[in-house]
Design a protein around this ligand. Structure first.
Ligand code: HMG
Ligand code: MG
Length: 303
């Protein structure tokens, strides 16, 4: 079955995935990962974050990575920035797209960025102004859209306020992060209902972590709601350094497989993706967290 629908996948493995690795991953490995992901057909790959190296040492090589990055034409390489210092550094390294990030939970905001949500939004004003002047696109993230590791359940209305402010500031898209993966299709749909009253669904993305194994179900529920952009991480890599126990994002392979089953095009070659998943998991000394990758690899070795 084929529909005319398409879904855009934002690959966040090199950033959200690798920011949480215990051991330092070489810049050369990160660059090879980004190249392989591009060759598998991913056209939006979040490459790194320009945050404090004291806070997130895994991303300390951000400048070197961006300077050495071989850009594929037609592929975008957004980077995370928390403030003007990050924006200026990213711009100096040739970034053409950045993402700012705020949280629907005050405690998470303090732990993640050492400031309140209001203060983090205030810092984004100058970032968006400068980005506009420089022709840089800005995406916005909201963390803790269903639950917070410190505060528990989060009110969908608060999520809609933060998402609405990011959109009003000029973010072209707002990515909704279930940071600790506690959402279920119903709680995610309730959250989307509230947020879509402030931000049109065409400008929303789902960013679901898989801690409770619900991420792919949440992608499906969001797709049914009308969301057409999903963040995903190769091999399900990752977590968040400020959300202990949180696991990686929904695996990119799983999203591609789900969309194939729905007759929805993603532009991604599943075989090449699985090869990349197998390769990076091997480099990190583990098996892919993605069940799709495991199944495809098991089938290959049995032939
Ligand atoms: P701070 O310590 O409050 O900042 O950190 P400060 O302004 O007082 O500066 C302190 C030092 O940091 C100074 O250096 C600054 O130069 C430096 P020093 O004088 O001590 O040597 N600094 C920077 N260095 C590099 N890049 C910068 C930068 N800004 C200041 N941009 C700050 C505040 C926001 C910087 C810090 O808290 C930070 O870097 N936090 C980032 C945390 C992070 O990266 N978290 C993970 C990403 S978010 C995420 O994963 C969620 C998401 O996936 C969605 C979801 O799943 O929910 C997006
Ligand atoms: Mg995340």
């Amino acid at each position: 079955m084929h529909t005319n629908e398409t879904v855009r996948i934002v690959e966040v493995g090199p950033r959200d995935g690798l920011q949480n690795e215990q051991h330092r991953v070489d810049t050369a490995i990160k660059l090879e990962l980004i190249e392989r992901l591009g060759n598998a057909g991913l056209t939006c790959i979040e490459a790194t974050s320009f945050v404090s190296p004291k806070w997130v040492p895994q991303m300390a090589d951000h400048a070197e990575l961006m300077l050495r990055l071989k850009r594929k034409s037609g592929t975008r390489y957004p980077v995370l920035v928390p403030n003007m210092e990050g924006f200026d550094a990213a711009l100096a390294c040739g970034a053409k797209e950045v993402s700012v990030f705020a949280a629907a939970s005050e405690t998470f905001s303090q732990r993640n960025t050492n400031c309140s949500t209001t203060e983090s939004l205030r810092r984004f004003g100058p970032v968006l102004d400068a980005a506009m002047r420089e022709g840089v696109r800005v995406r916005g993230y909201v963390s803790c859209v269903v639950g917070c590791p410190y505060e528990g359940a989060i009110d969908p209305l608060r999520v809609s306020e933060v998402a609405g402010e990011l959109f009003a500031l000029g973010c072209y898209e707002v990515s909704l992060g279930d940071t600790i993966g506690v959402g279920t299709p119903d709680s995610v749909a309730r959250m989307l209902e509230a947020v879509s009253r402030r931000v049109p669904v065409a400008h929303l993305a789902g960013h679901y972590h898989d801690t409770y194994g619900m991420a792919i179900a949440n992608v499906h529920a969001s797709y049914a709601f009308g969301v057409r952009v999903f963040d995903a991480s190769i091999a399900g890599l990752g977590g968040c350094p400020y959300a202990t126990g949180a696991s990686g994002n929904v695996a990119t392979e799983d999203v591609v497989y789900l969309m194939q089953g729905l007759g929805v095009s993603t532009g991604v070659d599943l075989d090449r993706l699985v090869e990349t998943s197998d390769w990076i998991s091997g480099v990190l000394g583990r098996k892919p967290a993605s069940k799709v990758a495991r199944a495809v690899l098991a089938k290959r070795t049995s032939h």
